[in-house]
Write a protein that binds this ligand. Structure first.
Ligand SMILES: Nc1ncnc2c1ncn2[C@@H]1O[C@H](COP(=O)(O)OP(=O)(O)OP(=O)(O)O)[C@@H](O)[C@H]1O
Ligand SMILES: [Mg+2]
Length: 270
């Protein structure tokens, strides 16, 4: 890690510490009518009795179209929990998640599955590709599950794979590709079909810095086209791609920086 990066990380840790010490209540979420994602007082407690862990404690957060929000915080601060609750992969213990105006708690299992396929794109650190399917089949699968005709699904998948620079690898299997190429398939799968909310949990974790930048650029492009994005990252220079950085500590939002202040904090990275 370069001195600059080390300094960035120290700055951020200091910032989180300062904000937590100030213990100021986070600003209440505004009421942005067109927010694609809205978390209202979201809490998540694991376990019971003396074993309980409070992973999230009353988080308010809104993400609008065209907005990329980075989530930062120490290991165990609740970042992955926040992402999986935002995507309906698990339910909050308290509070409400609203995606494109619909409260997730009001959806039945079928509606939920449909929303996940239609509106949400997930990118996980470990890619989650299906090894027995080729690159293009991995990208096509969610479209076909959603009833898009096979030929149209294939066309959309081709466009998405070309856009992430995998023109020549449509028919390759994940195991025959590099980590960066696999992650680009995962990104293509997350954005294909115009999904409006993209949730990425350390999508660059396993990648070299050049490939990591390329993955972030794709995410940024999709968001600039009108999607809303949530990006969990440990790296200051990756967070600098976001419009806003939300800092979590012990399951609470302790600070938020808009891009102006983030730029001052992190330096120009883009
Ligand atoms: N299924 C679970 N059962 C019990 N506790 C859990 C579970 N999942 C997460 N936790 C706890 O909730 C807290 C938040 O976990 P989470 O995975 O959201 O953290 P994180 O910020 O993503 O950390 P990291 O940076 O290490 O990925 C941690 O204390 C963790 O141990
Ligand atoms: Mg995590």
């Amino acid at each position: 890690m370069s001195d600059g990066l080390r300094r960035d990380r120290r700055d951020i840790e200091q910032r989180i510490d300062d904000a937590a010490r100030a213990a100021s209540a986070p600003a209440p979420a505004g009421d942005t009518p067109d927010a694609i994602l809205r978390l209202v007082g979201v809490s998540r407690v694991y376990g019971s009795g003396e074993q309980t862990v409070t992973a999230l404690a009353g988080v308010d957060l809104e993400v609008s179209p065209g907005e990329l929000v980075a989530i930062m915080g120490a290991s165990g601060s609740g970042k992955s929990t926040l992402l999986s609750i935002a995507g309906g992969l698990q339910e909050p213990t308290a509070g409400e998640v609203i995606v494109e105006g619909r409260a997730l708690s009001s959806l039945d299992a079928r509606e939920m599955a449909r929303l996940r396929r239609r509106s949400l794109g997930f990118v996980f650190q470990d890619f989650n590709l299906i090894p027995t399917l080729t690159a293009i089949e991995n990208v096509t699968l969610p479209l076909e599950l959603d009833g898009d005709a096979a030929r149209e699904a294939r066309r959309m998948a081709q466009v998405a794979l070309d856009a992430v620079g995998l023109d020549e690898k449509h028919d390759a299997y994940p195991d025959d590709l590099s980590g960066g190429q696999q992650q680009r398939i995962a990104i293509a799968r997350a954005v294909v079909g115009g999904r409006r909310l993209i949730l990425a949990d350390e999508p660059t974790g396993a990648l070299d810095s050049v490939t990591g930048e390329a993955v972030l650029r794709m995410l940024r492009t999709r968001v600039d086209e009108g999607a809303a994005g949530l990006l969990v990252t440990h790296e200051a220079r990756h967070a600098a791609w976001a419009d806003r950085i939300v800092f979590l500590r012990d399951g609470r939002v302790v600070d938020e920086s808009r891009r102006e202040s983030a730029d001052t904090l992190l330096g120009p990275a883009r």
